[in-house]
Design a protein around this ligand. Sequence first.
Ligand code: C2O
Ligand code: CU
Length: 519
Amino acid sequence: MTTSRRQFLGMTAALALATGGGAVSLLTGFGRPRQTGKLLHSDLPLPPRFEVPLPHLPVARPDRPGHYLLTQTERDVEILPGRSSRIWGYDGRFPGPTIHADRDRRVTVTVRNELPVPTVTHLHGGHTAPAYDGYPTDLVLPAGFDPAGRMTGRTARTERDHVYELDQRAATLWYHDHTMDFTGPNVYRGLAGMFVVRDREERALPLPDGDRDVELVVCDRAFDADAQLHYPALSQEQHHPGVEDAYAGGVLGDVVLVNGAPWPVMEVSTVRYRLRFLNASNARRYDLRPDPEPADGAAFVQVGTDGGLLAAPYPRDSLTLAPAERADVVLDFSGYPVGTTVVLRNTFGSGSTSEVMAFRVTRREPDDSAVPEVLSEPGFLSRADAVQTREFVFQLRRPTGSATAGHGQDASLVWMVNGRPFDPAYDEATPREGDVEVWRFLTDVHHPVHVHLTHFQVLARNGRSAPDSDQGWKDTVDLIPGESCEVLVRFTGHRGRTVLHCHNLEHEDMAMMANVRVT
Ligand code: C2O
Ligand code: CU
């Protein structure tokens, strides 16, 4: 699919406000805006909160050593109590099965597509060879299409192998759809799952483990009157990309799901739990806080982020998570009396989205876990070694020059990187393998900026050194309106083409992506 074949729809007067400096219609929330996007209301009564038990995520089982087969299928599942919703899931699950892997042990994942649309699968946070990265045009076609996407009645390439060497630190990664122009609708229907990498450094720590090491996939959705996932696509059959005008800034749902269940409740005992949060939402940002707060100590002790363990534990009272970000935290329930319900609130939400899930303290138990003062040796880069500075401006703009060809003079606004809508044939940046570089990101509205194939360190925001909440190896950085952010980045081990993009999936699908070619 080339840029000229894209249809940039949905970018009309409402969006023009965003370039006028006000960005009013795109930003929701009171006072200082917390979100870019628009709330889609469900057309049915919302289910009661804190009644559905937190689902345990299914665990992927290798079909032979080091090999997993994930089959993308359509399935009717119960998300809202007593109702059935059609999802697209890896192995028919939403979220998909979690893959548990070890550092430096190669894993091959074959993704088979039994859906009615082409798909691409990306391991987010993977230090992956570009051939297996899930580039947006590396399509796995549905059965019955030829490689040009025409119906043939014959079976074309309906599966693809992804080889992950996993020469990377222990970290909480995730896999999800990355199809050119259609990542938003595909992930919304359920194409996402966790991928946890462990290593010796991490295993030696006395952190909570076993069933006290819990993955929590948080996302928001809206449902129609038939309990079907409601996404405001211009074409539900994917004949062309884009969402209705009003949602071009991002789709926000009014139902918060954790591990695929609405506002679930998890029974806990009076011990520490390691909670691995992933924000798998298309556009929603969260600020999580337990209520009541623990009597003493911080609400959370953060031990890890996108790229694995921090150097030292970081106590914090709230946890801000933009789309695609992960936070690995320890929450200690020992200070709560048995019988307490601890509600996990979202201070960036309002109404139904101001709560996420609950923990019910049901029993007293001994705890032999601990959070050590030193967690890991992250081996950071040094600014002094940077050989190059690049700038990436994330902005809603009117395409100029050849990018508008075929769209007439009425070409509307598009989400762009450096004034260009995504063009697979154009390399925006060509870093050399092994070089340390400073990348500066600039924004108009909220943009969670993600770089594939590597991790980076956040150096500075708005010219000041980055706050402690930015520490550790990141692959996605949350930028608020008007912010500038500098990161230190280095690509190692692989050369070739990959991407950086905004992880607000509506922005990504509407072209806020650029090639990075490692040379
Ligand atoms: Cu989480 Cu390019 O993706
Ligand atoms: Cu964006």
